[in-house]
Each structure stands twice: as C-alpha cells, then as structure tokens.
Design a protein around this ligand. Structure first.
Ligand SMILES: Cc1ncc(CO)c(N)n1
Length: 224
C-alpha cells in the first residue's frame, strides 16, 4: 500500500473504524457500570462467561509468545508478552475470588454460543499459519478494548458502585494501560514492515475482533 504512512498503522485503522471501536468501548453494558445502573445479573453472566473466555485467551497468549520467541531478534517483545502471561495468572485467581464473592459458580459453567464463536475464532488465530505481526496486533486489540472500556468507568463523573471498583481497576489501571501501549508499539513496528498480504489479513481479523467484542457485551446483557 504505497504512499500510506504505515508508521502508525494501528492508529490509521482506529480512525477508519472509529464508530465500531466506540461501539465496543462505550457499550451500554460498560456505560451501565460507569453510571451504576448495570443489572447485577448481567454482571454475573459477564463474569462467568469472561472467565471461560480468559481460559481460551491464555492459550492464545501462549501462541503469541511462541511466535515472538521464533521471530524476534532480542528479548524485548517476549518480555512484554511474558508480563501479560503473568498478569493473566493473577487474573484467573481474581475471577475465582470475584465469582465466590457474587455466588457465581465457575466450575461446569457452559459457554454461551456467542462466547464459543469468539473462542473458536481465537483458536483459529493460534495456528502457526498466522503471522506474529497479525497475532500481536490482535492481542493488542483484545486488551485495549477492555482497557479503554474500564478506564472510562473510572474517569471523572463516574458513579460506579463500590463493589465494582475492583473490576474496573483490573483493566482500567495505569500499568495495564502501559502494557497496552507496549503492545501497540510492537504492532505498529511490525506492521510498518509487513507485506500487503499480512496487512490485509490483519485488518480483516481486527474488524472481526471488534464485532466479537460488541457481541460479547451484548451477550452479557442477555443476547443469545
Ligand atoms: C471478551 C474479552 N475481551 C478482552 C478481554 C481482555 O483481557 C477479556 N478479558 N475478555
């Protein structure tokens, strides 16, 4: 794609798909958490389903780690991803603790169709046929949507109920924001040198992630 400034490919895409992106990071479910009107049964459904999603996400992250190890020269990308792996370890423990606080059972909970579809898509992205450039960009997209969604809940004027503050902090905190920025910088650096084929594949999968993320919030509010 000659003539296109690829220095900040990810930012170009965010502009191009701004409305869809806003649909994901300013979803009514998130706005409900921010203003305290969220239906607690929706929150509990989200909690159990997201736990299942995160278990699949662990495997996806491991696949990105392997690609980074194979395809990068120094250790810096691997270190960024490894920090993400460590954070997911904490996250899984947090889900278990949070679920018991809300009397939500995680063992034996069944994934809803929307969740299964998303997990299947994620699994297709774990294949060794998918380039490191595409996977790191997808990793960034999945993380930044949660980061921007929950950071918005913490911004001025929010009325989040006390018992949901921990959830918002988990993804809305500054160090998670820094992690997302690190992922974004890696993605931009890789995309700058990517072939047109990789660029097209990455853009298409990025759009699908946006759709799956919106669907995931819809599911939390009862869609099936
Ligand atoms: C559905 C979904 N997307 C993104 C994240 C970020 O970790 C998550 N936990 N769940």
């Amino acid at each position: 794609m000659e003539g296109l400034d690829r220095g900040a490919m990810v930012d170009t895409w965010l502009k191009k798909y701004r409305l869809m992106y806003l649909g994901a990071i300013r979803h009514p479910f998130i706005l409900g958490i921010r203003d305290g009107s969220v239906d607690m049964s929706s929150f509990k459904r989200w909690l159990a389903q997201d736990y299942l999603f995160v278990r699949a996400f662990v495997a996806f992250l491991a696949s990105v780690l392997i690609k980074a190890w194979k395809e990068t020269e120094d250790n810096s990308d691997v270190d960024v991803i490894l920090a993400g792996v460590a954070a997911l370890n904490d996250e899984i423990a947090w889900f278990k603790k949070e679920a018991s606080k809300w009397d939500v059972t995680l063992d034996g909970v069944e994934a809803q169709k929307i969740n299964l579809d998303y997990c299947n898509f994620l699994e297709s992205l774990m294949s060794s046929d998918i380039s490191y450039t595409q996977s790191i960009t997808i990793l960034w997209a999945i993380e930044v949507i949660y980061q921007e969604s929950f950071a918005h809940c913490l911004e001025d004027g929010s009325k989040i109920p006390d018992e949901l503050k921990e959830t918002c902090n988990r993804w809305g905190n500054e160090s998670f924001g820094q992690y997302c920025l690190n992922l974004k910088n890696i993605a931009n650096r890789r995309l700058e040198k990517a072939s047109d084929d990789v660029l097209v594949k990455t853009e298409v999968s990025l759009l699908r992630i946006l759709e799956h993320e919106v669907e995931f919030w819809n599911m939390s509010q009862g869609a099936s």
